[in-house]
Design a protein around this ligand. Structure first.
Ligand SMILES: [Zn+2]
Length: 281
């Protein structure tokens, strides 16, 4: 009898253990939902009007079972459309080798101590902030663009230039705090994955846009002019319309990237992304 009683107790204990394990595995957290479409100006996704987020969510759900698997073997930088997530970086640059075509995106990262060479502090008159920094070659090109735009009657300012790892971390953490991790991941670059870190990227705003950032910038005379002429100064529209599956970011007409005149001309004339141009798409 005693042996039988012991067996029963043993079975009860085993059943209880199994129940605890099963409930633990099945625990899920509710996904934070975006509801007001408000601004999180931070990533390379310094986006202001994410209009098709719902579509992205559907797309993400469709791909969610395969995305984690494919991310590690990813050849195309942003083919994984689960851009709300943070895939493993394929590589991480630690030093600036001077390559103007350097790709920094959700798959190609830079380390926290990556410091662009030839960083210069720009004249305060060009920026909406003081002491903004850019790589010298990008700054020189922008000054030419600025002067020619001014001659056309356009009033431009830079609202974002080089962003340090610390700044990216602060922006990302604030986005997570304010909107939750899921939303932050589609709106803000994860620290070390922002192209602004290179010192070759700029966000251009204008008086006509009320010094904000708008997705219809190219419909304004100054935005249209930039869209048509930026390559003459060595800049490209880095996140073009309809290329989110390659760049990982929504259309950003205000975000320009310096790559040099030759590459910029080819990229813009052939409607390419930087990823496609360097063969990483
Ligand atoms: Zn930007």
């Amino acid at each position: 009898m005693r042996k039988k009683g012991l067996m029963i107790w043993l079975i009860v204990i085993l059943v209880m253990c199994a129940a605890v394990v099963i409930s633990g595995c099945g625990a899920r957290q509710a996904m934070p939902q975006e509801d007001d479409g408000s601004v999180i100006a931070s990533g390379d996704g310094d986006n202001v009007d994410v209009t098709d987020e719902k579509e992205e969510e559907k797309e993400t759900e469709k791909n969610s079972d395969t995305s984690a698997e494919t991310a590690k073997n990813q050849v195309k930088p942003a083919e994984d459309k689960s851009i709300r997530g943070i895939p493993d970086a394929i590589d991480t640059r630690t030093t600036d080798d001077g390559d103007l075509l350097v790709v920094v995106n959700k798959y190609h990262a830079v380390s926290n101590n990556y410091t662009p060479k030839n960083l210069v502090t720009i004249d305060d008159k060009y920026g909406t902030w003081k002491n903004m920094q850019l790589k010298g070659e990008a700054y020189d090109a922008y000054v030419k663009l600025y002067n020619d735009a001014k001659a056309q009657g356009f009033d431009l300012k830079l609202c974002s230039t080089m962003r340090s790892y610390e700044t990216q971390r602060t922006l990302y953490n604030n986005a997570v705090k304010n909107k939750g991790k899921e939303v932050a991941n589609i709106r803000s670059a994860y620290p070390g994955r922002s192209e602004h870190h290179t010192g070759l990227a700029i966000d251009v705003t204008s008086a006509s846009m009320g010094w904000g950032l708008k997705q219809d910038f190219a419909d304004y005379p100054d935005g249209k002019w930039i869209n048509e002429h930026c390559q003459e100064y060595g800049f490209i529209i880095r996140y073009p319309k309809g290329k989110t599956d390659i760049t990982g970011y929504d259309y950003e007409p205000w975000h320009l990237r310096y790559v040099g005149v030759e590459a910029a001309t080819y990229i813009m004339e052939n409607d390419l992304t930087l990823e496609e141009y360097v063969g990483q798409a």
